[in-house]
Design a protein around this ligand. Structure first.
Ligand code: MRU
Length: 325
């Protein structure tokens, strides 16, 4: 199953808002439809957003009219994951040729498929080295095939460890407020036959302190030049828990998520998704809420970043020379 693809003149996505209840595919034939799907998280996850941005430019080229304005809509549909604007810009550089744009977008799709395989191998080697042959991992949000095109980032490592027989089990934190962990990661782990348990987000650090977790493994929406990891809200709490418990905190993301043009996490726009997702349906009517969709884990709390090309700790730009392999 591919989360996102180009089929007969349309972007086809699995609607992630309907999972795990229903596996529904949507055919999107305009940039406006795709932007709406991105904003309501029908398609989500950094690598998948990169492919979406690029395929969206192919839709723009196909639609005609004000292509530049539609490219801007795509680039800014969500602000935090660098892949989205990067994918859109890479494809837009080949406008106005529809054929050239589509070819570039499909290249980005294929690169992300290859990236997943490379990260899986490199990440599994690292986890085996750090945790031995029976790892108990905690993961956050959803980093599987749904967040990429197939297999994913951190979850691709989990799948590979399972194939190698080196995985004891996974704790998925539910990922308030939109429950990507409970709805999507649990669905992907179940389909793969991987032993897993769900935990509320706030249980993570306590489970680590109780020695029930050997390492935290998760993805990123942007990795800054100084090595700060911007990822789903709750990642930072898990990083603090991992540091307190003395266990590794591993981030797995392709080079397409590494943004050397952004100095540190302070420079990243963190999407705030509004009060309704947090307070709606539970708090008294009219309760306001603050709802940052992402947080910043400072580089010094990150044991290692695994990409499709390297494993490093410290700065992503290599200025401190801490590349591990
Ligand atoms: O708001 P979302 O669901 O798009 O957030 C996604 C995440 O934070 C993922 O952890 C990240 O994109 C890594 S995807 C492999």
């Amino acid at each position: 199953m591919r989360t996102i693809d180009w089929v007969d003149g349309a972007v086809v996505i699995v609607d992630q808002t309907r999972l795990p209840g229903e596996e529904v595919y949507l055919r999107l034939t305009s940039v406006e439809e795709l932007v709406e799907a991105i904003q309501r998280l029908a398609v989500r996850g950094a690598p998948a957003l990169g492919v979406a941005g690029a395929l969206g430019v192919a839709l723009a080229a196909q639609q005609g009219g004000d292509t530049a304005q539609r490219v801007r809509l795509l680039e800014t549909a969500r602000p935090t994951a660098v892949n989205l604007s990067r994918g859109a810009r890479r494809a837009a550089a080949l406008l106005p040729s529809f054929d050239a744009v589509l070819a570039e977008a499909l290249r980005i799709r294929d690169e992300e498929i290859a990236n997943s395989a490379a990260m899986a191998r490199r990440g599994a080697d690292l986890v085996e080295r750090l945790c031995g042959s029976s790892a108990r991992l905690l993961t956050h949000c959803n980093t599987g095939g749904l967040a990429a095109v197939v297999e994913g980032t951190a979850l691709a490592v989990v799948f590979e460890l399972h194939r190698r027989g080196s995985l004891a089990g996974v704790i998925a934190s539910e990922t308030r407020p939109l429950l990507q962990g409970a709805r999507l990661t649990a669905w992907e782990l179940r389909r793969a036959g991987i032993p897993h348990r769900l935990a509320v987000d706030s249980a993570g650090p306590f489970l680590m302190a109780r020695k029930e977790v050997d390492a935290v493994i998760l993805g990123a929406d942007r990795i800054c030049a100084n090595g700060d990891v911007v990822n789903k809200i709750g990642s930072y709490s898990h990083a603090l828990g991992a540091r307190a418990a003395g266990i590794p905190f591993i981030c797995v993301a392709p080079e397409s998520t590494v943004d050397l043009a952004t100095a540190s996490g302070h420079d990243v726009e963190i999407e705030d998704r509004g009060a309704a997702e947090v307070a709606g349906g539970t708090a008294p009517a009219g309760t306001d809420a603050v709802n940052p969709a992402f947080d910043v884990t400072p580089a010094e709390l990150v044991t290692a970043v695994v990409t499709d090309e390297r494993v490093f700790s410290g700065r992503a730009d290599g200025a401190d020379g801490l590349t591990v392999g």
